[in-house]
Design a protein around this ligand. Structure first.
Ligand code: FAD
Length: 292
């Protein structure tokens, strides 16, 4: 099923993100965690594509198994940076062969060692190039793209970032998923601005449950997200107590999601990070709201 069809149902929904294993030895444990999450029957599950393509071969294995074994629609992420046209054309053929209808079209982060390289000759400069490719590829894909309520770190300012986002939408992306954020007002503000800019595709807010103190620094480094004082206090108080931190992090994410639903958002994506217990608790906390 295409994700855009799920979004058009206009019903409240929850979806989960998982990531593929980095090594073959981790495959079975990741697969088991992913299957437990799939058993929760979320609206859909997304499977990330390893930075720099590192774990790319497993993305499709995992996505296909979620779809085929559990009947849960899947969204396969695909990054294009530093890939050749041949590699991407092959990946697109593989996605189609797996029967996957939804692709998250991403540029990907520029690998550290290539940050200062001359990239002018690369086949893909930005996600919009991949969206163009997917639109003309044989596969009738539903295409997602990333957006950044707090501005992508490489953008000079928000107006520029939103102009680039509009180019992705105009190129044919069907929906957007946001980078994580910890203050819902940032999302509401962003939605107002992109709607003003004429971006009218559905936007799925991405919520990251922070369940251990180490994750905080990593999340901030990855996303540059603003940490509200309310969240910092929680980490200060419970960061040294893993069980309490986990409970508090799940409660904070649940609270964020309830506020989103209360403000009319229908579909929320949870960065569940291969943690079935976290996914299950969050979904359980929302059971009446979701009617599950
Ligand atoms: P782009 O849309 O290309 O944007 C990157 C920067 O370039 C922005 O500053 C933008 O404003 C600017 N820009 C865009 N188009 C142009 C243009 N034509 N000319 C000039 N500037 C332009 N990474 C992974 O490796 N694997 C994943 O699975 C993955 N999943 C993600 C899922 C979500 C929901 C999000 C939010 C991010 C994900 N990422 C993933 C991280 C993502 O790859 C990085 O944030 C990356 O730096 C940017 O990717 P993008 O697709 O947003 O790039």
């Amino acid at each position: 099923m295409k994700i855009i069809e799920i979004l058009q149902q206009n019903l409240r929904s929850l979806s989960f993100e998982v990531f593929p294993p980095k090594t073959e030895t981790a495959f079975d444990s990741v697969k088991s965690a992913v299957e437990q999450i799939a058993q929760l029957k979320p609206a859909f599950m997304s499977v990330t594509y390893g930075a720099g393509g590192g774990t790319s071969q497993y993305t499709l294995d995992i996505a296909k198994s979620i779809k085929d074994r559990h009947g849960v629609p899947t969204l396969a992420h695909l990054t294009c940076v530093s890939s050749t046209r041949e590699t991407i054309a092959q990946k697109i053929r593989e996605i189609k062969a797996c029967g996957i209808k939804n692709v998250m079209a991403l540029r990907g982060d520029i690998p550290q060692d290539l940050l200062h390289a001359d990239r002018s000759g690369w086949d893909y400069q930005h996600a919009v190039d991949l969206i163009n490719e997917l639109k003309t590829a044989d596969g009738d894909f539903c295409i997602g793209a990333a957006c950044y309520p707090e501005v992508h770190p490489e953008s000079a300012n928000q107006a520029d970032d939103i102009r680039r986002l509009k180019e992705k939408v105009d190129a044919g992306c069907d929906f957007l998923t946001t980078q994580m954020f910890f203050d819902n007002n940032l999302l509401y503000n962003f939605l107002y601005k992109i709607r003003q800019a004429g971006i009218d595709v559905p936007v799925i807010p991405g919520i990251m449950p922070i369940t251990n103190a180490n994750q905080v620094a990593r999340a901030m480094q990855l996303s540059g997200s603003f940490m509200p004082q309310r969240f910092k206090s929680l980490v200060d108080k419970f960061g040294d107590d893993p069980a309490a931190m986990k409970q508090a992090g799940i409660a904070y994410a649940t609270d964020q999601i309830i506020d989103l639903y209360a403000n009319g958002i229908k579909n929320v994506h949870v960065y569940s990070m291969n943690k079935p217990d976290v996914a299950e608790k969050i979904q359980g906390n929302l059971s009446e709201i979701l009617g599950k």
